[in-house]
Every structure is written in structure tokens, then in C-alpha cells.
Ligand binder design. Sequence first.
Ligand code: XMP
Length: 513
Amino acid sequence: MTEQIVILDFGAQYTQVIARRVRECNVYSTILRYDTPAKDIAALKPSGIILSGGPSSVYAKDAPLPDKNIFKLGVPVLGLCYGEQLLAHLLGGKVEKGLRREYGKSTLKVTDARCALFARLPRQLQVWNSHGDKLTKLPRGFKTVAVTENSPFAAIEHRAKRFFGLQFHPEVVHTPRGREIFANFVHGICGCGQDWTMRNYVEQAVEEIRAQVGKAEVILGLSGGVDSSVAAALLHKAIGDQLTCIFVNNGVLRAREAEVVREVFERNFKVKLQYENAAKLFLRRLKGVTDPERKRKIIGRTFIEVFQAATKRAGKAKFLAQGTLYPDVIESVPIGDNPAALIKSHHNVGGLPRKMKFALVEPLKCLFKDEVRQLGLELGLSREIVWRQPFPGPGLAVRILGEVTPARCKILRNADAIVVEEMKSAGLYYKIWQSFAVLLPVRSVGVMGDERTYDYTIAIRAVESQDGMTADWVKLPYEILEKLASRIINEVKGVNRCVFDITSKPPGTIEWE
Ligand code: XMP
């Protein structure tokens, strides 16, 4: 069984970040609901437990509390923020309402350098706080091992039991040495090795896939995006020709999209690829439609229809593979306003109806996005595929404002190709979240040579984001903007004006529709 750290989620905004920090130490981590019974946790044989932060107060009537028997499992426990207060509250200490919220940076002074959490770290560290309540009395057996100006209990320890509490957040980037604190916990205290790597995971996943599917056939909807591409490469390694990938051309793909997918998977990887060119059908149904939500619905429904028909032609598959990731399967804790719990319904258009009679294979479902990328590289996929920017399922249709017509698709495709090319050659494409062109249904007057033109406008959008939930517009250098505008206006027939979008999210969205 893989060595692992269990993280109990008390509704913190940062629970997934904690899980990623642990995995960055090459130790597997699993997020479980705060009230998971201790016997279920014990069954996983964790090497240690981390209690996440959370928005509640331990003394509130409906405060989320863990099964107290977790403290009897004999494994090290690290409580972070609310997790530290839980340790104190449940083991006999005292937590009170702080007079004011402690928020932001402070300097941690390690008062007991023998505490294994701070091994090989300086006596003073910058840390980041965000809490309202504070610990006022330690439970028996605990002692303070670090303080801040505002907190005499910034870090506490029960050395014999190997229980630790931190008032601050070691998982956030504003605690610069936080990674080392996690490394000290998982390696030094819990005794974990460094076995969790994508190189090792390939072997494990291949075995698991083979064990699950046996000799049966598997189909996979390949979109060309990171997740489905990595899933395809992994499944192909595991089961070769038992896998058929279905790629649907929905008529609103970017330039050369279909060719690239065929080149990479059919020709290089020798994957069995069924190419469904349904561009005409999609575009016929989109004719005259201008409402963004209707466009999404039409594309979503048509995709399912085309995909279902394609699966029938693909033969007798028993399994449907999907590139589901770990954040999609973590059971979210509905406490306070946990942004991780917000799901945007319109982003699920690629989802297939549950009534399709397939068993699911989801070989990426315990991985975070950064791990999926790593795995992709491990499997031999190129950086171009593994680090591609996100692209919406409804494709260019939500970047063509107003009606989607073949002529407009061509204009946007050409403009978008220039944006991608220039961003890549400026070394910016892989550094930012998304950069693309949008076709506005606005025509304006221009002059080209001696001629008067009356053509469309292209908006250039470039945003920085962590997860697409919020975004900042990127301050692209003037030289790049100039090059983009001049190339688009000169090279793309039908465009005579370029504008740059300087809207952040919120209040704007990333896509224009
Ligand atoms: P918005 O426009 O909502 O976009 O700020 C946030 C992120 O989601 C992508 N997006 C979509 N992805 N189907 C998708 O698969 C959609 O309908 C869709 N709409 C937006 C968008 O590209 C951005 O990364």
C-alpha cells in the first residue's frame, strides 16, 4: 500500500494546497471529510494526519469536529490554524475569541529548536496568519515551541505523542519556508520516504488499469486538452489496441487542432483513433444562434449525440475512460463560504450522460493538474500538449460574439493562430493562464492603401489566473501588442481594428460569452 498522509478537511480554502504541498515532498496525500470515522482512517494505514484550517470556531454550536479516536491511532498529527485549535479544544486546552483578527505576515520565533518541525530551519521565519480565535491554555503534555508577537502559542508540540499545532499557514506562498516545515513533518516525523513520483505512478497506474479492464475494450473521448491527452497516453501504454480514442471535430476548433491530435496520437503514439468530422452538423445547428447559453447547449447536446453514435461504431466497448482529476472527486465540505465548493455548471458540457451503459475508467482521478502534466511528460507527450492553455469545450463559438458562421470561424481561427504564435515566440504563452483572440460583431471604418474598409474588430485577451475562478489581465508589453495588432490587421482578411481587453475577473469573465 502506498505510504500516505491523510488530510481531514474542515472547510478551509487551502485544503487542496496542503495536499499538494505534501505531494511535492513525494508523499501521497488523501483529503477526507473532517468527520470520517477513525476506523476508516486507520484502514488506510496513514503515516500521519493533518487537520486543515477552517472558517468555524471550535466552540461554535455546529463546529465541525473530528472523531476523537484519531488521537489514539498512534500516528503523528499536525493541526493547522483551526486544526491547532481543535487539538487544544479536544485534548483539554482552551480557545477563546481573539479581540481582533490576526491577518497577514508576522515573524515566527522558534523558542525550542529541538522541535522536529523546525529542523534545519532558522530561528526566525516569516509566516502568514489568518485567524480570529486564539489559544489561551495548552492541553496537558503540550508545550510552546514557537511564538509570534501576537501569539504565545504560534507552534505547539506534544513530543511524546508527536502531536503538533501551528497557528499560521505553512501551506501558502507567504510562508516562504513552509515547504520545509511539511518536509520535516512527512519525512522527519512521520518517517515517509519519497516514493510518490509520476515515474513510479506510471507503473502503478498501468497495473491498476490492466486489473480493472482485463481483456475488455475501452473508449475515450479525446479533446486534445491536457487531461484527455494524458489519459489517452496512459491507457495506451497499459492496454494498447484495446483502447479506441474518439475525436470529434465540432467545427469550432482552433487552427490545425484536428491535424495536431491526429499527428500526435495516430502517427506518433499509434493509438487507434476514430476521427469524427461533424463540423458541418454543428455549424448547421448553430446557424442564426446568437445567445451564448443556447450555443453552449446546442454544442453540448450535439457532442453527446455524435459521441454516442461514434461509440456504437467503435465496437463493443465495455469501458468509458475519462480524464477526471482529483479536485473533481474530493467530497467538498459545505462549511462557510468555501470557494472550492463552487462548481460552474456551464463548464460541464463535455460531460456524458450517466445513462450511457459503460463502466468508468478514471486513471487520473487521484492526481492534481500539476501531477497530470508531469505524468504526461513521463509518458512522452510534448510540452506543447502538456502545457497547453485551457480551451473551452464550446470552442471558438463562445469567442465569436453573435452568430457563428464558417466565414467568421475562419477569421477568428486565423487571428487566434497569430496570437498563439506571437505569445509563444515572446516566451509568454506557457507563463500565463490564457491568451486568445475574440471576434466582435462590430464593424468599423478603416483605410488600407487607397481603399476604405468596413471590417470586423478583434479583441485580444490575456489573463493570469490560478484556477480560472479569478483572473487578472496581463500587462503585455507594448511591442507585443503592436506586433499582434499589426499582424492581425495585415494578415487576417476581414479585420481592420484590434483592441486589448483590460478587464479582470471579477467583474468580467475570462471568455466574452
Ligand atoms: P469564465 O469565462 O467563466 O471562464 O471566466 C473560466 C474558465 O473556464 C473556461 N470556460 C469554459 N470551459 N466550457 C468549458 O469547458 C465552457 O463552456 C467554458 N466557459 C468558460 C474559460 O476558458 C476559462 O479558462
